[in-house]
Design a protein around this ligand. Structure first.
Ligand code: NAD
Ligand code: TDX
Length: 318
């Protein structure tokens, strides 16, 4: 039977890529609930309106009254992408992170508990594990959570709520924890789109601290494929780590992009470090690879070419 999914945060970066993936690869019906914060972009979802399998509801998951309006039908699954996602903003003002990331997730769990939806995938992040030292092995699903900033603490809190609803009520809940994504439709406040768009405009590129912090990069389409597999074949109560196996320092990323874009390294501007800046993230994806047969299909080189091409096309539309 055809499924009807509730996707939250589908006007954002990963959520819109996921909806596009589902409309192209499945016959699922999709309800996208997004409150269109500064990070939600109507142009990310403009194409989906052409599909009779898609509808968008502009509601806020942190408001119980809005959740009731979303419950006008039963959903086969909720995929929760909706979140405040920018670490720098969480350092300046954590309040919306608490409302959306924690209270919003709580409301969705209540939907599952009351039978309004049959299961839920919580889209979490490797940031909940905290920071790795150079000699440490990548995060596994058994690594203790140790978040270091208000964003990651709010995501870890949501993960603990999900865990508790599974343990207490035996609900069909799954958590995925992915490394840094990049690709089309990412907000330009994030590192890779900021480098690309500033380089196009010959504007300086802020590099925090010594530029040697490490992230593990994954092309967004590989993340979408992993979530689809988890939705279809993942086991309730499980956590699945998803990573690109592409650890790079921030300086390496800037150098590579400036070279590809034909811009001078003089654009690089070292600035004061982010407070509590996690030094290194790296994900061990062997569980999802072993159990669900997933592995990344795009190399960093391939993904970054596609990303540059997408932002170049966007640039010509301005
Ligand atoms: P994003 O900031 O691009 O999009 C978030 C979307 O959620 C926006 O469309 C926004 O309008 C919506 N939203 C925010 N608050 C809402 C609310 N109260 N009610 C309804 N909608 C609301 O984020 P993203 O980068 O696409 O991340 C999606 C999810 O994936 C997040 O949960 C994030 O923690 C997780 N994640 C992201 C990355 C990454 O590298 N981007 C990596 C791992 C995990
Ligand atoms: O201008 C910048 N200069 C800079 O040096 C920005 C925006 C970032 N950085 C550094 C900080 C990080 O070490 O680049 C790295 C990546 O920064 P972000 O793009 O802000 O991502 P990060 O903080 O690693 O978090 C991201 O990955 C995990 C997402 O924003 C989260 O939502 C996700 O959970």
């Amino acid at each position: 039977m055809t499924k009807h999914l509730l996707i939250t945060g589908g006007a954002g970066f990963i959520g819109s890529n996921f909806i596009s993936y589902l409309l192209n690869n499945t016959d699922y019906y999709i309800t996208n609930v997004d409150s269109l914060t500064y990070a939600g972009n109507k142009s990310n979802v403009a194409d989906f309106d052409k599909s009779s399998r898609y509808r968008m509801l502009t509601f806020d998951i942190s408001k119980q009254s809005d959740i009731e309006k979303v419950c006008d039908q039963h959903y086969d699954a909720i995929i929760n992408f909706a979140a405040e996602t920018h670490v720098d903003r969480s350092i300046r003002n954590a309040s919306p992170f608490i409302d959306t990331n924690i209270t919003g997730t709580f409301h969705l769990l209540q939907m599952i508990l009351s039978g309004k939806a049959s299961k839920m995938i919580q889209i979490s992040t490797d940031e909940v594990y905290g920071s790795l030292r150079p000699e440490e092995t990548p995060f596994t699903e058994n690594t203790s959570i140790a978040p270091n900033n208000p964003y990651s603490a709010s995501k870890a809190s949501a993960d603990l709520l999900v865990r508790s609803y599974y343990k207490t009520h035996q609900l069909p809940l799954i958590i995925t924890r992915c490394s840094n994504n990049y690709g089309p439709r990412q907000h330009i406040e994030k590192f890779i789109p900021k480098i690309i768009t500033n380089a196009f405009a010959n504007k300086s590129i802020p590099l925090y601290g010594d530029g040697l912090n490490i992230r593990d990069w994954l092309y967004v389409k590989d993340h979408c494929r992993a979530i689809h597999l988890v939705l279809e074949k993942g086991n309730r109560g499980e956590i699945y780590n998803i990573g690109g196996n592409e650890e790079k320092t921030n300086r390496e990323i800037v150098d590579l992009l400036l070279k590809k874009l034909g811009r001078s390294e003089k654009l690089i501007n070292y600035i004061e470090d982010r407070k509590g800046h996690d030094r290194r993230y790296a994900i061990d994806s062997s569980k999802i690879s072993r159990e669900l047969g997933w592995k990344p299909s795009f190399s960093f080189e391939q993904g970054i070419e596609k990303t540059i091409a997408w932002y170049s096309k966007e640039e010509t539309k301005r």
